[in-house]
Design a protein around this ligand. Structure first.
Ligand SMILES: NC(=O)c1ccc[n+]([C@@H]2O[C@H](COP(=O)([O-])OP(=O)(O)OC[C@H]3O[C@@H](n4cnc5c(N)ncnc54)[C@H](O)[C@@H]3O)[C@@H](O)[C@H]2O)c1
Length: 324
């Protein structure tokens, strides 16, 4: 297939581009490099430095794209509370412009990077796709809004759409040939922050709250290896159906506590990683764990690298060579 990958210079988009190319697809990456890195773009992809709002320049009716994989966007929930107008503009207004270009060019398929943040505080665990959607951040609201826009588009115009709702993405794609991983700045995700502490870039790691109703008192989150996540995109491409919007949660189904993450990182890195317990943060649910039964049943997806050791081990390999 001929594929447009928005956000292909970012973490998840660059790993997925690699797997798409290795599966024989043709990939055009469109990224404005706001948070991404030129060198993360797969060398055998065509790179267009542009904003998704201008995607019509690339998605012309005669360009012959078979699908758009839409990763581009802003991803920091905390920042989205301080600058909501930025998130509505970048994640919704510009994504709707991209959707206009998709429609004008008659591209038949869209795969969208949605998020667990659309669910907010869970009423029931594990979280299924049917769970109440009540985002607690502007970030989550913007992602849910574009999910809803995709649903309308499938009804009205016959688009085949898949939203993949990622839980916490971790790890790096490490092979003999490639090392592709996470370089967010500022970093807001627990595993890379833990690795910064292991590398001595921070003097300690703060954990927010140790009095939650969980086994060790710290928050429990569901982590998914970026390689497993990227593979789900290839399966989703094959599962698209005209006029349908399919939605899949992607997580391990196993939660890991913040303390378990630190313990695993100590094991992998051999570093002491001093920890300080800080007060709870507003709006942090005790436990967020996905049910990915639908993805397993309908996409045939099975996560292969579902241990913290695998995720942190690959993240550490990448961190030491490319970030530290
Ligand atoms: N990383 C996670 O844990 C996680 C979890 C759930 C969902 N997601 C979703 O996955 C997607 C990718 O996340 P990531 O971690 O790879 O983020 P990232 O910041 O590494 O990548 C995003 C990429 O999009 C590009 N971009 C942003 N706005 C753009 C615009 N207007 N036009 C063109 N390019 C633009 C950036 O330059 C960057 O390369 C996002 O949509 C995010 O909401 C990520």
């Amino acid at each position: 297939m001929k594929l447009l990958v928005t956000g292909g210079a970012g973490y998840v988009g660059s790993v997925t581009s690699r797997l798409l190319l290795d599966a024989g697809h043709e990939v055009v990456v469109l990224d404005n490099l706001r948070t991404g890195f030129r060198e993360a773009v797969a060398p055998d992809a065509t790179f267009v430095q542009a904003d998704i709002a201008d995607a019509g320049r690339v998605l012309t009716p005669d360009a012959g794209f078979d699908a758009v994989l839409h990763f581009a966007g802003l991803i920091a929930a905390g920042e989205s509370m301080a600058k909501p107008e930025l998130y509505w503009h970048e994640n919704v207004v510009k994504s709707l412009a991209l959707l206009d270009a998709v429609r004008a060019a008659k591209v038949p398929r869209v795969i969208f990077s949605s998020t667990a943040a659309v669910y907010g505080n869970p009423v029931e665990l594990p979280i299924t796709e049917a769970a109440v959607k009540a985002p607690t951040s502007t970030y989550g609201s913007t992602k849910l809004t574009f999910d809803l826009a995709l649903t309308s588009e499938t009804f009205a115009h016959g688009l085949a759409a898949v939203s993949l709702r990622y839980f916490n993405v971790a790890g790096a794609y490490i092979t003999d040939e490639y090392e592709i991983g996470e370089r967010h700045d500022p970093e807001t995700h627990l595993i890379p922050i833990t690795l910064q502490a292991a590398a001595g870039k921070r003097d300690k790691l703060q954990l927010f709250g140790d009095d939650y109703p969980t086994a060790d008192g710290t928050c429990v989150r569901d982590y998914i290896h970026v390689e497993d996540l990227a593979r789900a995109h290839l399966l989703a491409l094959d599962a698209t159906v005209a006029g349908e919007h399919r939605i899949y949660n992607l997580g391990n189904g196993n939660g890991f506590s913040n303390r378990q993450v630190v313990e695993a990182a100590r094991e992998v890195t051999g570093a002491a990683i001093p920890v300080e317990i800080a007060p709870r943060r507003d709006g942090d649910p005790a436990t967020l764990v996905a049910s990915s039964d639908r993805a397993r049943a309908e996409l045939g997806w099975t996560p292969q690298k579902n241990t913290l050791q695998a995720m942190i081990g690959d993240a550490w390999t990448f961190y030491q060579k490319h970030v530290a």
